[in-house]
Design a protein around this ligand. Structure first.
Ligand code: ASP
Length: 616
């Protein structure tokens, strides 16, 4: 076999005259009668091969048989392309290799879709791409993403190594750790009727490593959560998982700000300022309606309940009577017609649970209504009549609104209002192009409550997970007012996307037991599920804390895609299927028997066998 000396992306004009051997895939093929041209492709690029029938008839004849995606090695001499034949779009575009010997290493069927070199918006259906992933991953765009993923992992490993973190693997066949999702279960063959759970995260193992004195741990680790499908989620995903001893939240935050800055610099050559902004959960919810605010633009939500209750507008006053809230957004209004607002925007918020969207346009009055000064900014049309001039001015001032602005309001329970207005805020900003798509705005969200009340189940849930520590000043309130206890958790958010989160942990077993109790986990349950962990805490657990950053989401941001499947070599569909290998699939009865398992299908077959057949 001819052995390659260079890659297909390597040769330049300075290499003219060199004898080289290249190997790769036939990207395109042109037979000009006398000369045959092949663009040979590998991971690194594309190089033009030229076959001359006069000088090398044998190679030329063989080259004429080659087709797209055949695997070829070629030995020849680098030469400048003829005058005017250069391709300025290719780094190798000034040269070609005049081939003396060629070897066909393998043939290929015609691929089910073209390998798009430019990485333009891909028109091939995703199903076809996933079923033929080996072809899809030949596309330079996909290879670029996988390469960036590799480079990010390398930056992460080098960074943590430099600061004394050890990479330690934790089990994949584990006992379930509650991270709020459903577990994937794996039946044990040796211990009949027992199951492992695939880890939702290595949370308890990493904490136990701190108890063991490992001090600084990290791992690039696969986690598994059997959650309902969502576009940016995979049931199997990767985290950069970290835990540190003798630290407070500022230490963990600092280490990760620097890590993020390093990744952004090395991969995108973008400077990220550290320290990053911080915002409390309370402010995030009040101003942006979400704990994942997109801070590339301002456009804060404003609560006008105090003003609205003095109006005569029934939608507002009755919402307030029912204990609701009225919040709104102010946006430049020219772009939106009445029907845009009453159809598109109203339907948009309806998808998030809002029953209506009230709106007001603002205009500087030239011919003022009686009692108003010329040139006053005021409500025009519709709702104006329900608000006295004074109330109108109060609202205008609250929003710092200008001529031509549009005010949009939702009146409902606070939760509903926030849930509808937070995405509306982002939609408006996108529609109105209020920010530069290429910027990154990082923010740490801190000061979360430890618990949130679960109305359906009438109990508290952890806002993060049950191992998150309360702030020391609030410890006493665990007994008296659990809802007001703040946690030592922190989430990192960029452009409205949460890329990671963590906390300082409870290291006192008494506090841990108390938190379990508040979460309605009985002593017996706590012992059964977490006995091993509670015992570990009893043997000198150091104060510790950590974080997990979602690697897939990070790569999505760095490679500018909203499709999580584009940053994973072998992803699953939204229904959790691998179209390449056809997993999940049915298995042999024998395998099930060994595991002491029966499927529904099997049980039905047994039932049918046992039902006596009707007599003839
Ligand atoms: N285990 C948590 C998670 O996966 C992260 C952490 O608290 O370190 O979200």
């Amino acid at each position: 076999m001819l052995k390659r000396t260079h890659t297909c992306g390597q040769l330049r004009l300075e290499d003219a005259g060199k004898k080289v051997t290249l190997a790769g895939w036939v990207h395109s093929y042109r037979d000009h009668g006398n000369l045959v041209f092949i663009d040979l492709r590998d991971r690194e690029g594309l190089t033009q091969l030229v076959f001359n029938p006069e000088t090398q008839p044998q190679a030329h004849n063989l080259a004429r048989t080659a087709r797209c995606e055949w695997v070829v090695a070629a030995r020849g001499v680098v030469q400048p392309r003829g005058e005017g034949l250069e391709n300025p779009k290719l780094p190798t575009g000034q040269i070609e290799v005049s081939v003396q010997e060629v070897e066909i290493l393998n043939v290929s069927k015609t691929p089910p879709f073209e390998i798009n070199l430019l990485g333009q918006a891909d028109k091939t259906g995703e199903e076809l791409r996933l079923t033929n992933r080996y072809i899809d991953l030949r596309r330079p765009e996909m290879q670029r993403r996988l390469h960036i993923r590799h480079r990010v992992s390398k930056v992460v490993r080098d960074y943590f190594d430099r600061f004394g973190f050890w990479e330690i693997e934790t089990p994949m066949l584990a006992k379930s750790t509650p991270e709020g999702a459903r577990d994937f279960l794996v039946p044990s063959r040796l211990l009949k009727n027992c199951f492992y759970a695939l880890p939702q995260s290595p949370q308890l193992f990493k904490q136990i490593l701190m108890v063991s004195g490992i001090d600084k741990y990290f791992q690039i680790v696969r986690c598994f959560r059997d959650e309902d499908p969502r576009a940016d989620r995979q049931a199997e995903f990767t985290q950069i998982d970290v835990e540190m001893s003798f630290v407070d939240s500022n230490d963990v935050i600092g280490v990760h700000e620097n890590l993020i800055a390093k990744i952004w610099k090395q991969i995108l050559d973008v400077d990220v300022a550290a320290p990053m902004r911080r915002i409390t959960y309370k402010d995030a919810m009040a101003n942006y309606g979400t704990d994942r605010p997109d801070l590339r633009f301002d456009m804060k939500l404003k609560d006008i309940s105090d003003i609205a209750k003095q109006s005569t507008f029934n939608v507002f006053t009755s919402a307030i009577e029912k204990g609701g809230t009225i919040k709104g957004i102010c946006a430049p209004g020219e772009k939106y017609s009445r029907s845009d607002i009453e159809k598109t925007l109203t339907n948009f918020v309806a998808d998030y649970g809002a029953t209506g969207l009230s709106w007001i346009r603002l205009k500087t009055e030239i011919c003022p209504e009686p009692g108003r000064r010329n040139g006053t900014l005021a409500f025009i049309g519709g709702l104006g009549k329900y608000f006295s001039p004074d109330l109108q001015q109060q609202i205008i001032q609250r929003f710092e609104a200008k001529d031509g602005d549009l005010l949009l309001f939702v009146a409902d329970k606070e939760q509903v209002v926030n849930k509808a207005l937070a995405p509306l805020r982002c939609k408006l900003a996108r529609d109105l192009r209020l920010y530069d798509e290429k910027t990154f705005e990082f923010v740490w969200v801190i000061g979360f409550p430890l618990f949130e009340w679960n109305e359906d189940q009438k109990r508290y849930d952890s806002l993060h997970h049950p191992f998150t520590a309360p702030v020391p000043e609030d410890l006493e309130k665990l007994d008296t007012d659990p809802a007001s206890v703040r946690s030592q958790a922190y989430d990192i958010v960029v452009n409205g996307c949460e890329i990671g989160g963590g906390s300082i942990r409870i290291h006192d077993p008494k506090v841990q037991r108390k938190v379990f109790e508040l979460l309605n986990i009985s002593k017996q349950q706590a012992e059964q599920q977490f006995g091993f962990f509670l015992r570990a805490l009893e043997y000198g657990a150091p104060p510790h804390g950590g974080i997990a950053i979602g690697l897939d989401r990070l790569i999505m941001l760095l490679t500018d895609t909203d499709n999580i499947r584009d940053v994973i070599a072998f992803p699953k569909t939204q229904r959790g299927q691998c179209l390449l290998t056809d997993a999940p699939s049915e298995v042999d009865e024998k395998q099930l028997e060994e595991l002491n398992l029966r499927t529904q299908k099997h049980l039905r077959a047994i039932e049918q066998e046992q039902t006596p057949s009707p007599e003839r």
